[in-house]
Design a protein around this ligand. Structure first.
Ligand code: XMP
Ligand code: MG
Length: 181
């Protein structure tokens, strides 16, 4: 275990098992719909890449990068698009792939945007959900694990761009991020 991690929440094999399960559900629900899987960069990239390989139906992939103004551990709800989609979502069945839903503000903005662009349907799959911090009514359609109100890193999730490459998800030691959270 990395020395900056206080506790491992989900091991590599627990994550893999969950991803397989989510993939099976999505396979059934999206059979013949050719869904467009949208990865919200950068955090969701490892999850997206494992998830699509667990989905056994035609699908397309696209990527979007957004930044929410605010400090590194709290989102402000004001979202800026850093990289937009290459694909037109009009008439498409969209699956937004997220790493974690915290307040829900970032995702609320994205869902709104995709609906305004006339997607046929928009659903959300998130690996992690922190329901204790929700300030919006948002609920993911598919969720891997619920997590406590702690700052978690690994498997795509970062603190100051670090720890994304950890193969597991763990709680970051408080002394690493100080008062920022
Ligand atoms: P909101 O509040 O808009 O925030 O739902 C979602 C985004 O906030 C980041 N986030 C975290 N990143 N560990 C992280 O590495 C966490 O515990 C955490 N909580 C929120 C993340 O970028 C997410 O997409
Ligand atoms: Mg994110």
């Amino acid at each position: 275990m990395h020395e900056d991690i206080r506790e491992v929440l989900f091991s590599q094999s627990q994550i893999q098992e969950k991803v397989t399960e989510l993939g099976q559900r999505l396979t059934e629900d999206y059979k013949d719909l050719n869904p467009l899987c949208i990865c919200v960069l950068k955090g969701a990239a490892p999850f997206m890449s494992d998830l699509v390989r667990a989905i056994d139906t035609h699908l397309e992939m696209d990527y979007m990068a957004v930044s929410s103004y605010g400090n590194s551990t709290k989102s402000s709800g004001v979202v800026r698009i850093i990289k937009d989609l290459d694909t037109t979502v009009e008439g498409r069945h969209v699956i937004v792939v997220e790493d974690i839903i915290d307040s829900g503000l970032t995702l609320n903005y994205l869902l709104d945007l995709l609906r305004r662009r006339n997607a046929a349907s928009v659903k959300v799959v998130t690996l992690l959900d922190k329901p204790g911090r929700r300030t919006t009514g948002l609920k993911p359609d598919y969720c891997g694990f619920e997590v406590p109100d702690e700052f978690v890193v690994g498997y795509g999730l970062d603190y100051a761009e670090k720890y994304r490459n950890l193969p597991y998800i763990g709680i970051l030691k408080k002394e690493i991020y100080g008062d920022a959270g």
